[in-house]
Design a protein around this ligand. Sequence first.
Ligand code: NDP
Length: 327
Amino acid sequence: MTSYRRWQIEQPGGPEQLRWTSGDLEPQGSEVLVRHTAIGVNFIDTYIRSGLYPATLPTGIGNEGAGVVEAVGPDVSLVAAGDRVGYCTAPPGSYSEARLIDERSLIPLPGGVDDETAAASLLKGLTVCYLLRRTFELDGSHTVLFHAAAGGVGLIFCQWAKSLGARVIGTAGSAEKADLALANGCDEIILYRDEEVAPRVRELTGGRGVDVAYDAVGRDTYQGTLDSIAPLGMFVSFGNASGPPPPVNAMDLMQRGSLKFTRTSLVSYASTREDLLDLAGSLFDVIDDGTVRVHINHRYPLSAAPQVHRDLEARRTTGSIIMLPGE
Ligand code: NDP
């Protein structure tokens, strides 16, 4: 039996709804007890906390983490005590010193990827991998629009997309964020708090628009994204940082040139263990060969989770955020 502390949500709401609780853990069946060494923070965590993504309460929070296997249930065969592992598709619960997790959700970590990098990149990097390899097969013939290019997902996306030869037009909320995105694969940046996105995209593309637009900002950017896509292009909606986007009007897609629209989730792209490990392998390759550098721009103690959410929602962060247990 292992004692642990974790952050828990009992009522949806603001960062003040994060509650610090404690309990005991003992793995059963195919469960594995993982002691965290680093915990990744994602904007999605704020959706669970606020209730935008409904969860059965009380619930743990956080979907990305790395650590060491401390104990295993009697049916576990994929990992053993002492193994270094990470994960990003298990039920929420990574904001904790330790947790139980089904063995099938665990990703063995290679020697070249340290725990902090894994915690800072598994959810974001696997997302980028499916977005540019599976949702849309990106290559050097494509021009892309990517919102919030200096964010956690954004910095990984821009570097990876650039390595495939794509032309990347990013958006960012400040000049400092613009500089960061430009240094990490963006060819052009639109400061979308100051200028309209679609006219600028048309200007940059000779009036044509982009082949694919990735929009996880949602409500505030939806219309500009739609108006930026070239005929036969694709709108990839994958998040709601500014709030949920409006319902899609099929006529809008037709009138702009038979556009395709998809609303994606990592859960569907990593639903089998084979897919999960395949996406993870691709991420580890691009980290290992230097194509993608994971920018851990913010480290907080696990005890500071409410402040982390305030900073993330106030758009004060760039790149990846991790929390460290035991501080
Ligand atoms: P980020 O680090 O990108 O943080 C969110 C960024 O969104 C902010 O820094 C800010 O950048 C921008 N933003 C624009 N409008 C707002 C607003 N009103 N409030 C807050 N932020 C705003 O977060 P993540 O990298 O963790 O995630 C990025 C997005 O990707 C999220 O929407 C998330 O839900 C989505 N996602 C989707 C997945 C999927 O499979 N569907 C998986 C993983 C993430 P700026 O100041 O430059 O505008």
